[in-house]
Design a protein around this ligand. Structure first.
Ligand code: ADP
Length: 404
């Protein structure tokens, strides 16, 4: 059976999933896996469709030095032990810059363009690109598709896309891109089945995971996001501060003598829930901790989600539904309840039992704004995009062939 491999590569790990293309055209998840500990103690783990462990193997560090080598090892394992030889690979790429409003087939020139966005996402983009480059070199005929976290937001109006900076900076790419686009696109694609009555209306989606953001959807399209030029803006996250007066950055440079590299490390790894609590970047751990600093970090997160919901409601000129997704949004009734109570002025009223049960609809029947929990699936979104680009390619080829 034809399969599609989906990858999500980071600095020290690469996650992968395999989807089988069923005869009816549906995509069925067959394998979930990851190689983590790259650069320290590499370990390949994977589970099958029924969550049974398929492999759990560690490697010498010098055998698996980088992300590209890790993915090659996972690919060899899939081929040799599971007889899985994918017909295409879909890659998650965090930044598509101003150029890409949809996924694209990976070529040398596409890679060259995407390298220009490394400074915009220094902790993600280089690792996203490395496996694509090495696969292009070793298996040039295997179709690869780059799917961007920014693409879904490229339809924003000029008002939403600009900073109040000289336009020359906008022209060179300093724009409010927004991220988590594959997650929002998946949610937008699921809403017509989950909640058809609001799918085309004004919906605020809160993607609350280690990385967190919110998106305003209208007619299933993104019109505003809490994230901007990089993934540092908007909501506080596990280790990132969210919205910050740039004056703080100036202060850290002038008074604390921080270099660009130190600042980058500080803003991406030491702030957010971790910095505020001094305890953990993990929401579950904070909720289980009785230290008042943990409770304060949780309250702060909830407060900022409420503030940002107000901003998105203004962008939409009203709200017809609210959706929770990602690790915290899908799994924490307590955080959802705390956020919902901050949104009561907007007309949100939760059904406590439905919320505690993690049901799909968690608002009361008389809530003016219905509230839903919709699990996200960025990997399935990537697999769908990869398949549709493959099919477009074959249609284009067959129509070219028919042209006299
Ligand atoms: P990412 O994909 O950005 O790494 P996830 O979407 O997996 O992140 O979300 C991870 C976050 O979700 C962590 O802060 C984790 O503590 C939180 N989380 C997961 N389950 C729960 C839960 N039951 N209660 C509270 N927080 C949870």
């Amino acid at each position: 059976m034809d399969t599609i491999l989906v990858t999500n590569a980071g600095s020290s790990s690469v996650k992968f999933q395999v989807f089988a293309l069923e005869p009816n055209g549906a995509l069925k998840r067959e394998v979930r896996g990851q190689v983590d500990g790259i650069g320290s103690r590499p370990r390949l783990r994977a589970t099958g469709a029924n969550r049974a462990v398929l492999v759990d193997r560690t490697y010498e560090n010098d055998k698996l030095r980088d992300v590209a080598a890790a993915l090659a090892t996972a690919g060899a394992w899939l081929r040799e032990e599971l007889r899985i030889d994918p017909i295409a690979i879909g890659h998650r790429v965090v930044h598509g810059g101003p150029d890409y409003s949809r996924p694209v087939r990976v070529t040398a020139s596409v890679l060259h363009r995407l390298e220009r966005y490394i400074p915009l996402a220094p902790l993600h983009q280089p690792y996203n690109l490395a496996p694509m480059r090495s696969i292009l070199a070793s298996m040039p005929s295997l179709p690869q598709v780059a799917c961007f976290d920014t693409a879904f937001h490229r339809g924003h109006s000029a008002l939403a896309d600009h900073y109040a900076l000289p336009v020359s900076l906008y022209e060179e790419g300093v724009r409010r891109y927004g991220f988590h686009g594959l997650s929002y696109e998946y949610i937008a694609s699921a809403l017509p089945q989950v909640a058809p009555e609001i799918a085309a209306k004004r919906v605020i989606v809160a993607h609350l995971g280690s990385g967190a953001s919110m998106c305003a959807l209208e007619h299933g399209r993104s019109v505003e996001s809490t994230l901007g030029f990089t993934a540092l803006d908007g909501l506080p996250m596990g280790t990132r501060p969210g919205q910050l007066d740039p004056g703080v950055v100036l202060y850290l440079i002038s008074e604390k003598g921080m270099s660009p590299a130190q600042l980058q490390d500080f803003l991406y790894r030491e702030c957010g829930l971790k910095g505020l609590s001094g305890i953990s970047n993990d929401m579950r751990e904070l909720q289980e901790n009785s230290d008042p600093r943990a409770a304060f970090a949780v309250d702060y997160f909830v407060y900022r989600v409420g503030l940002n919901a107000g901003m998105l409601a203004a962008a939409l000129q009203g709200v017809d539904a609210f959706v929770f997704t990602a690790g915290i949004g899908e799994n924490s009734p307590k955080i959802r309840a705390a956020i919902a109570s901050r949104l009561s002025w907007l007309g949100v009223s939760l059904d406590a039992a439905a919320n505690a049960d993690n049901r799909t609809k968690i608002s009361r029947s008389d809530s003016r704004v219905p509230v839903y929990v919709v699990p996200t699936d960025e990997e399935l979104m990537i697999a769908r995009h990869t398949l549709s680009l493959l099919q477009e390619g074959s249609t284009a080829q067959s129509s070219t062939a028919r042209t006299p």
